[in-house]
Design a binder for this molecule. Structure first.
Ligand SMILES: Nc1ncnc2c1ncn2[C@@H]1O[C@H](COP(=O)(O)OP(=O)(O)OP(=O)(O)O)[C@@H](O)[C@H]1O
Ligand SMILES: [Mg+2]
Length: 262
């Protein structure tokens, strides 16, 4: 997919969001839906009936304390082997991800940016991006990614693993966008980064948002995630304890104290 088709998709998505939803559309299946997910690491029952739905172009902050099951939920959605999904459904743009393996979900447009970023050793920045484009369908061109992240363009011949933490995060996000992503899953994109770098990544994610990318962001920095997001889902002990607007969580200190410790 090229940028113009992405932009067309964004334009039609925002037009759709602006007008009142007629009854027939209200019944239409959501763009993304996780339904009653149950998943295990071996015998450990971790994801305990998680479910939520998203409209196309929405940004959802998936929050909760350490160990609440956020990473496990993202991994389940991306169909990684661990934790193992034993019950429930995952739908993206009408496709049943729950029947697929990770590589098939990736091909259909699930782009997981894991916490450890997984920059490939021995490859330059540019080669890391090119490698992402080996599997079709391709998303953004490498030039477009350098436009979004000028720092990556300046360092395109540098080995990826020698980038700073913030630059590695940019490369990890860029690599996801290099593929035809329909659902971007970001696991703690601000982790371990200095405040000034967090701001830089935030500005980039604002641009990604403007392009209408449907995104789930997991963050310990709940305020930053809620500022970016439209919606919030809070997990506690592997279950959804809140599903509402990001604004509601920002305005509700009690809720934040109870489940987020902020
Ligand atoms: N590979 C694994 N095997 C067994 N248990 C695991 C495994 N990975 C995670 N867990 C457990 O699953 C629970 C949820 O972990 P998860 O990583 O999903 O939490 P999280 O919400 O992402 O936490 P954090 O904010 O610390 O990243 C924790 O109790 C954790 O110990
Ligand atoms: Mg985690």
């Amino acid at each position: 997919m090229n940028a113009s088709t992405l932009k067309d998709r964004v334009a039609s998505a925002s037009v759709a969001a602006d007008r009142a939803t007629p009854a027939s559309e209200a019944d239409a299946p959501p763009y993304f839906q996780a339904r009653d997910l149950h998943a295990y690491y071996g015998e450990s029952y971790i994801v305990q009936g998680v479910g939520f739905a998203m409209r196309e172009g929405e940004i959802l902050a998936l929050l909760g304390r350490n160990g609440a099951g956020k990473t496990s939920t993202l991994r389940t959605i991306a169909r990684l082997a661990d934790p193992q999904l034993t019950q429930g459904e995952v739908w993206l743009a009408g496709q049943p991800l729950h029947r697929m393996k990770a590589y098939q979900a990736a091909r259909l447009g699930v782009g997981l940016v894991p916490e450890d970023r997984r920059i490939i050793q021995g490859l330059t920045v540019q080669q890391n991006l090119q490698l992402a484009q080996i599997a079709k369908p391709v998303g953004w061109s490498i030039e477009q990614i350098y436009e979004l992240f000028p720092r990556l363009g300046e360092r395109k011949t540098q080995e990826g693993t020698t980038l700073s933490g913030g630059e590695q995060q940019m490369l990890a996000i860029g690599r996801a966008l290099a593929r035809d992503v329909k659902l971007l899953l970001l696991d703690e994109p601000y982790e371990g980064l200095a405040p000034v770098i967090v701001q830089e990544i935030e500005r980039t994610l604002e641009k990604v948002r403007a392009l209408g990318m449907t995104t789930i962001i997991v963050e310990q920095n709940a305020i930053a995630a809620l500022t970016l997001a439209d919606r919030a889902v809070i997990l506690d002990m592997g279950e959804v304890v809140f599903d509402g607007s990001a604004r509601e969580v920002l305005d509700n200190a009690d809720l934040r104290h109870e489940y987020l410790a902020v």
